[in-house]
Design a protein around this ligand. Structure first.
Ligand code: F0G
Length: 465
């Protein structure tokens, strides 16, 4: 079964490797000629008078913020002029008012990194508490328009939570494949509540992906992983919304976590398209940060291919990191992400487990909070500062991808000093980081229920503050 391209003529599918432009996609969303990924491009844009008029587009989008129409209230559909058009959209759209996420200043983190102009765009403030919702509203609506009863994904937890919610809202069934024991309880609980058929497979994320790819070739099930180009289109809007929040003045750097590399591809695609349409005058550098234990992209770009040289192929690995969202050893969208690095002049970095944990607590100390995978951005920024790639006077935006409550277990273990109980850190290059982590730890204090004990705790805290 093939999936007809259910968009009107302004958008077309194209293979990123061989350039084929099929009218329909196969159910695994791979090019039938060469097997690589597909993407949308927009040959009709140059002919559209509205799209040649950036000031009018910006005014239209701003105006929609006061509208009571559900499409306008979504932070994704508000920017629908830059998305492929789905026929009879009003009948098929599944929206939870996604997007519309805040841009926060991070004053303490700014002091710690020496980058004064530091912001976080918190994509964890989406309806299911991760950035996945922006891509999911678009791809799930497309699945609905194509008449699918079942949607499915392999996930480290956030895609599945998001997919299950949007499927439920659109009266579709959802099938979730997750690695057994390797995702947080918070994320697992979401897909249960939203009614998904949740299968915990005795493998890792990459093993789940393989089984899902085989499944969609046999069963009429719509694939909602980020190889689906509709997902990427929805996720683009985070970058558009960010530029609007910055009054269309791009920052010097945007820093994102890298797992399956769909998000970096989407944000980079949006930046390039916005510059083409003269919505912004220059490209920020987009840098991608991976966890050391799940760093196949970092290794391939930096070590195998030589710095900034294109690696011939990505070398998969068995991934391991406590930031379970990005525990991915064979990222599907690496070629798209590489193109983004090259187009924007961004860097790729890796960070250690303790650097991630410390950065997460530092973001928390700014009153924001995020899940571990998101904190790689701040940890990566510190390294990019040290290497001189990011300069003190430059403006930096971190993309925080998930909410702090996605993985409270990690946070509690960190503050109790139990996170690295079975991992040696002292004496490694992480020793300074370990000292810093200790300073940030705030374990809960268990006391007898009497006023004197509480006052003593308060006085001690005041002396140490
Ligand atoms: N941050 C969080 C919180 C994530 O959940 C993910 C990916 C990423 C970053 C990495 O984004 O894959 O686009 O490079 N989570 C996927 C999932 C894989 O199944 O929830 P990416």
């Amino acid at each position: 079964m093939s999936i007809a391209q259910n968009t009107e003529s302004t958008a077309k599918l194209r293979c990123i490797a061989c350039g084929a432009t099929p009218d329909s996609a196969s159910q695994d969303f791979r090019c039938t000629a060469c097997g690589d990924l597909l993407e949308f491009f927009f040959p009709g844009w140059t002919l559209d008078p509205l799209l040649s008029d950036p000031a009018s587009l910006k005014a239209l989008w701003l105006n929609r913020r006061t509208s009571s129409n559900a499409l306008d209230q979504s932070g994704v559909w508000r920017f629908r002029e830059l998305l492929p058009r789905i026929p009879n959209l009003e009948e098929h759209v599944i929206t939870l008012r996604e997007g519309n996420t805040p841009l926060y200043r991070l004053p303490r983190c700014a002091r710690a990194t020496g980058v004064e102009n530091l912001h976080a765009k918190h994509q964890g403030m989406n309806p299911t508490a991760s950035f996945k919702d922006t891509g999911m509203t678009f791809a799930a609506s497309s699945a609905h328009q194509s008449g699918f009863r079942w949607v499915a994904c392999a996930s480290t937890g956030n895609t599945s939570a998001s997919m299950a919610a949007y499927a439920a809202r659109g009266n579709m069934h959802s099938l979730v494949l997750i690695p057994d024991g390797k995702i947080s309880w918070g994320k697992l609980s979401q897909s249960l509540d939203y009614g998904a058929l949740t299968c915990q497979l005795r493998t890792d994320f990459d093993g789940c992906v393989q089984i899902l790819n085989d499944l969609v070739r046999q069963k009429p099930v719509y694939l909602l992983n980020s190889v689906n180009p509709y997902r990427i289109e929805g996720q683009k809007t985070a970058a558009i919304e960010l530029m609007e929040q910055l009054a269309w003045e791009p920052p010097d750097h945007i820093i994102v976590p890298g797992g399956n590399l769909g998000n970096s591809s989407a944000i980079g695609k949006a930046l390039v398209e916005m510059r083409e349409l003269k919505l912004i005058s220059r490209l920020p550098r987009l840098s991608i940060i991976q966890a050391h234990g799940a760093n196949p992209f970092y290794r391939s770009v930096r070590e195998l291919g030589g710095k900034k040289l294109e690696p011939k192929k990505l070398e998969p690995m068995t991934a391991d990191t406590l930031a379970t969202a990005i525990r991915i050893g064979n990222p599907a969208s690496w070629k798209k992400a590489l193109r983004v690095l090259q187009a924007t002049g961004g860097e790729v970095e890796e960070v250690s487990e303790i650097e991630i944990a410390t950065a997460k607590a530092e973001i928390g100390a700014d009153g924001i909070g995020c899940e571990p995978a998101s904190a790689v951005t701040l940890a990566g920024l510190k390294k990019l500062r040290r290497s001189g790639f990011v300069k003190p006077a430059e403006a930096v935006v971190l993309i925080l991808t998930g909410h702090a409550l996605k993985d409270p277990d990690f946070t509690i273990k960190f503050h109790r000093g139990e996170l690295f109980a079975d991992r040696a850190v002292a004496g490694t290059p992480d020793a300074t980081e370990a000292a810093q982590a200790k300073y940030l730890q705030r374990a809960p204090v268990v006391l007898d229920a009497n006023l004197g004990a509480v006052i003593a705790a308060l006085d001690a805290a005041e002396r140490n503050s």
